[in-house]
Ligand binder design. Structure first.
Ligand code: AVI
Length: 334
């Protein structure tokens, strides 16, 4: 294995800007209005999300941390079964807090593995790699500044062709899958499945359905961080698209529907107003109380998680939950 982290040259990828302009134009000219939660994560949005993860009401991160801590030995046994080396490929690694718990354990157990964080944010990736190399200077780290599926294709092909016997273990933590629609989720796992080989694994964090009040509070925290996170999207449009959203004239509103497990976030116009987006040459009229839908955070049932595996060509092999069964980290096998 490598003695030093391999810092691959960043691969060419599209900047987010054209995508943002296009999506915002479509989202604000349709009814009901809509903006995608993928645009939350500019520098300030990423910083706010890191703070949200420490909120008392935002149980998701703590629950997942507890699961990974409790079952790290079981996970290593699964990942390294048959004495095969494994490549831990983390999709959307972020600050890697929970992953570092696993890395620390795998390192102490002298496991034969490489860590491959994948992110389209160069800044996030650089920060994570700097952090990891500081803690474990000789760990094999192979950061990929690229699209998830380009990366998986390359890794899957390599595992196929050079006869190396490395197992790919894809990590998708934090209930990021909850921000996808049901169709997008199936599509996502089907694409992953296409690049994996038999015996490869995917470990996903799913936030589970529970008392609606607990979920509702997680997206309506008392410190107003979730509100700031949601409103920051408008600040981003002001900066990047020359818009003139008055942040004081919009409110944060969230609903949770226990019948379908969907937490939905909205920005609400407090009054009749006209907003201009100079870069789009667009003016958008809002009536009082009119909403922009910004995010869905889906909560899963066990049946839903099993169904997702079946629909996308995986077998669900392990189900790990925290003490309160609020959250599950689930292993799918190709
Ligand atoms: C990143 N994602 C899983 C978070 C969630 O819970 O849907 C984003 C978030 N939105 C509001 N609070 C946190």
């Amino acid at each position: 294995s490598q003695l030093h982290p391999v810092l691959d040259a960043p691969t060419a990828h599209e900047t987010e800007a054209p995508d943002l302009a296009d999506a915002v134009w479509r989202g604000l000219t349709q009814s009901p209005k809509q903006l995608s939660s993928r645009f939350f994560y500019d520098d300030e949005g990423s910083r706010l999300f890191s703070e949200i993860m420490h909120l008392p009401e935002y149980y998701l991160t703590r629950c997942e941390y507890e699961i990974l801590d409790t079952y790290k030995t079981d996970l290593l046994t699964l990942f390294s079964a048959d004495n095969r080396p494994f490549d831990l490929v983390e999709l959307g690694a972020g600050d890697g807090l929970k992953t570092k718990l696993l890395l620390n354990h795998f390192w102490n157990e002298q496991a034969n593995f490489t860590y491959t964080p994948v992110d389209i944010s160069k800044a996030a990736l650089d920060g994570l790699v700097a952090d990891i190399t500081q803690q474990w200077p000789t760990m094999a780290v192979n950061p990929q500044h690229d699209d998830y599926f380009n990366t998986l294709k390359r890794l899957g092909d390599r595992a196929n062709t050079d006869g190396n016997n490395t197992r790919l273990v894809v990590l998708f933590l934090g209930s990021n899958i909850g921000n996808f629609s049901p169709t997008e989720a199936v599509d996502f796992y089907r694409q992953i499945a296409r690049h994996l080989n038999p015996g490869d694994l995917v470990l996903t964090g799913f936030d589970l359905q529970k008392h609606p009040a607990i979920i509702h509070a997680a997206y309506n925290d008392s410190q107003g961080l979730t509100r700031a996170f949601n409103l920051n999207l408008l600040r981003r449009l002001n900066r990047e698209l020359g818009a003139d959203f008055d942040l004081a004239a919009f409110d944060h509103y969230e609903t949770y529907n226990p019948e379908n497990g969907e937490a939905r976030s909205y920005l609400v116009s407090e009054k009749e107003q006209l907003v201009k987006l100079a870069a789009l040459n667009l003016s958008v009229q809002f009536s009082p109380g009119e909403v922009i839908h910004t995010e869905v955070s889906r909560k899963f049932s066990r049946a839903g998680v099993e169904h997702l595996a079946q629909q996308s060509g995986f077998a669900l092999t392990n189900w790990f939950t925290d003490g309160k069964a609020y959250f599950a980290d689930v292993v799918y096998q190709k």
